[in-house]
Design a protein around this ligand. Structure first.
Ligand SMILES: Cc1ncc(C[n+]2csc(CCOP(=O)(O)OP(=O)(O)O)c2C)c(N)n1
Ligand code: SF4
Ligand SMILES: [Mg+2]
Length: 304
């Protein structure tokens, strides 16, 4: 950590995430999305962060955020967000802060928390109509502890806890649908490599109140086993193959913001990542590649 690492950069917009001296991986897709999201949400925010890779952004007493930052246990971020919102509302009610000093409460959590350990607290917070934005960066595993599988790991992927010839035997949970079943204010899927789509959705979320969810696929060179320079291309392939549908939920309706009319075969995405290498070497696993393609085809057939 050097002195210059945390110096405010006068030439950057006031919302910009500052540089960090913390040990984040080169090419981190979650960080790529977070930079863009923070440019829009800005410093009038309190980030409530569940334990995970992004927790490494903060090295006490510093964080790269110009606004506020709070760290919680993996299961508790949405409960922490409720406490922060309640505290702000009490101060507003007593007149101890004015509306101009109010802050947007933002949860920042990985897929391990969001799809699994923290889902109960999140479900309750949505049900109570908590006024918050929940950001999940989904690197499809417990990245911070060595990429064990999570409820977001895709079928067939190799992880630290699914190393057999068929990879992870389970299936990725549909967290978008789980949130939608709660009828929140807003949900969107985003990707750092689709910055315009991301910006429009985060702007929309910022202008609303109530429970709002931004779910970002987070290509992870360390956990997915690829060269960090390929993060953008792998993100684009996730969209072009139809593996990561870009969509939003508003007022009870789901709208796809990009429909890949001519979809690239899903194996072009799988081949880029070592975690799917066993599907191609030493022998090609036609059945499994076909099954994964079939799942993606089935999704888009249901969209119409
Ligand atoms: C209850 C509990 N179990 C285990 C841990 C250890 N732990 C810290 S971060 C982490 C992985 C979290 O995964 P995810 O939410 O996907 O975030 P990522 O690490 O991928 O950013 C784990 C298992 C913990 N902090 N709390
Ligand atoms: S393990 Fe993956 S998600 Fe975590 S910091 Fe590294 S690249 Fe980012
Ligand atoms: Mg994760």
């Amino acid at each position: 950590m050097t002195e210059t690492t945390f110096r405010r950069k006068k030439d950057l917009p006031s919302t910009h995430l500052l540089g960090t001296g913390t040990p984040m991986c080169a090419g981190c897709g979650g960080l790529e999305a977070l930079h863009q999201i923070y440019d829009i949400l800005g410093e009038r925010t309190v980030f409530v962060n569940a334990a995970g890779c992004m927790t490494l952004l903060a090295s006490y007493p510093f964080t790269p955020f110009r606004g506020s930052w709070l760290y919680t246990a993996m299961a508790s971020a949405a409960a922490g967000a409720q406490g922060v919102r309640d505290g702000l509302d009490i101060l507003l009610g007593k007149g101890e802060i004015g509306p101009d000093e109010d802050l947007q409460v933002v949860v920042l959590a990985g897929d391990g928390s969001s799809y699994g350990m923290g889902l109960s607290a999140t479900s309750s917070a949505i049900e109570r109509g908590l006024d918050f934005i929940y950001i999940c960066y989904d690197n499809e595993g417990y990245g911070n502890t060595g990429q064990q599988y999570s409820d977001a790991t895709p079928h067939g992927a190799r992880t630290a806890t699914s190393k057999g010839p068929r990879g992870f035997p389970g299936y990725k949970k549909d967290l978008f649908a789980i949130w939608a079943a709660h009828k929140p204010t807003y949900i969107a899927t985003v990707l750092g490599s689709e910055p315009l789509d991301l910006a429009q959705k985060v702007e929309r979320a910022k202008g609303l109140t109530g429970p709002r969810f931004i779910l970002s696929l987070a290509p992870c060179p360390t956990g997915w086993d690829y060269d960090p320079k390929d993060t953008i291309e792998i993100g684009r392939l996730a969209v072009k193959t139809g593996v990561w549908p870009l969509k939003e939920y508003l007022a009870g309706r789901v709208v796809h913001t990009q429909i890949p009319r001519t979809r690239v075969p899903v194996e072009e995405y799988l081949k880029t990542q070592g975690r799917f290498g066993h599907l191609f070497h030493p022998d090609r696993n036609e059945a499994m590649i076909g099954e994964i393609q079939g799942t993606v085809d089935g999704y888009w057939a249901s969209v119409g």
